[in-house]
Ligand binder design. Structure first.
Ligand code: LMR
Length: 395
């Protein structure tokens, strides 16, 4: 029965990590996957996480099953982070949140839920989008289309094109939007453009699904989350997947959540019962540790302040790396203007490197995504010259 099964293609992002891990060159550099490394090239274990873990070890709690929807203190803390504690959707009990296995797990719960209750809908993702969005919604049974997004000539958003595409979508379509730090382009909408998007989505009866995997890496935690609050104020339906992989440096713990906004508390209770069904039939209930760490940090004032400071430091270091990258390329490759890298937001730069150039970099043990996406958060004061020299060489 298995003899005719073909080899699946390598994952476009995690497949690069596989190739990187297999490379024996000690000077190899992984600019592929979206992971923040410190200036020593290490994935940090945040001090707020270590302190929360010390508290949890002290408690020595048994590892019982969590409820299907996850730890109650976690779900509440996530809701308050995402919507704001004083938001109408929380006060009116119109928001439901389920703990998820990372941001990807949250997207999949949302996709399976939508497939059950909006089976005829088509999904629209930005052109380009995170490499896994299309595959994930297709595997949930949806037809997935692109909407206009990135304009290579400006390294920004083709906003007129995006708006026109949104206006042409049939009512009931699901629109996947990146709440902040667009992956892979780093090109975000401004506040006025978001307002216009929200108006079209509301007027045309589209279903917005906000993916927020990089909250805090753009302008700040509250600033990056502001768009979620604006969507919530516009009323439901609304889905939000969020992840703490990057913002807490908890990649392997798989900590995320899916929040859904309903039009009443009674509708919200029905939605939660169905979200629980999706979780139960996929993996029963989420793991304990990551959710406890995040909820302990978010609900303990000193730890929360520490987290905000540590996240700010990551954000600042990435911006410094962007600028150093631009300045160094100005000297090493003056024929091409990289100033746009300073305008991009979040962990990534859509560098404009071609697939052939990315392959040439790989020969130097520097790994990037085939689309030219590089993770600026993986640059540091020790490896940046090597990266810049190699890019200058392949241009
Ligand atoms: C990325 O885009 O590199 C990250 O979100 C990691 C992943 O799962 O692809």
């Amino acid at each position: 029965v298995f003899s005719a099964i073909e080899m699946a293609p390598r994952d476009p992002i995690l497949g690069i990590t596989e190739a990187f891990n297999a490379d024996t060159n000690p000077a190899k550099i992984n600019l592929g996957v979206g992971v923040y490394y410190d200036d020593n090239g290490k994935v940090p274990l945040l001090a707020c996480v270590q302190k929360a873990e010390a508290i949890l070890i002290e408690q020595a709690a048994p590892r019982t099953y969590l409820p299907i929807e996850g730890l109650a203190t976690y779900d509440k803390a996530v809701q308050e982070l995402v919507f704001g504690a004083d938001s109408a959707v929380i006060q009116e009990k119109r928001a439901v949140t389920v703990q998820a296995i990372g941001g990807t797990g949250a997207l999949k719960i949302g996709a399976d839920f939508l497939q059950r209750f909006a089976p005829g809908a088509q999904v629209y993702i930005s052109d380009p989008s995170w490499e896994n969005h299309r595959a994930l919604f297709e595997s949930a049974g949806f037809k997935v289309n692109n909407y206009t997004y990135y304009d290579p000539s400006t390294a920004g958003v083709n906003f007129a094109g995006m708006l026109a595409d949104l206006k042409a979508m049939p009512a009931g379509s699901v629109v996947l939007l990146h709440a902040c730090c667009h992956n892979p382009t780093g090109a975000d909408l401004d506040a006025d453009q978001w307002g216009q998007i929200i108006s079209v989505i509301t007027a045309n009866g589209l279903i917005p699904f906000l993916d927020m995997a990089y909250q805090g890496f753009g302008a700040g935690i509250a600033e990056d989350g502001a768009v979620v609050r604006r969507f919530a104020d516009a009323g439901g339906p609304l889905l939000i997947s969020n992840s703490f992989s990057k913002s807490f440096s908890l990649y392997g713990e798989r900590v995320g959540a899916l929040s859904v906004v309903a039009s009443s508390a009674e509708e919200a209770a029905r939605l939660l019962s169905q979200l629980k069904r999706v979780v139960r039939t996929n993996y029963s209930n989420p793991p304990v540790h990551g959710g406890k760490v995040v909820s302990t940090v978010l609900t303990t004032p000193e730890l929360r302040q520490l987290w905000e400071d540590e996240l700010a430091a990551m954000r600042v270091r990435i911006k410094e790396m962007r600028n150093a990258f631009v300045q160094k390329l100005k000297q090493k490759a003056p024929s091409k203007d990289f100033e746009f890298v300073n305008k991009q937001v979040g962990m990534f730069s859509y560098s404009g490197l071609t697939k052939a150039q990315v392959e040439a970099l790989r020969a130097e043990s520097i790994y990037a995504v085939d689309t030219g996406r590089i993770c600026v958060a993986a640059l540091n004061s020790k490896n940046i010259d090597k990266v810049v020299d190699a890019i200058a060489k392949v241009l």
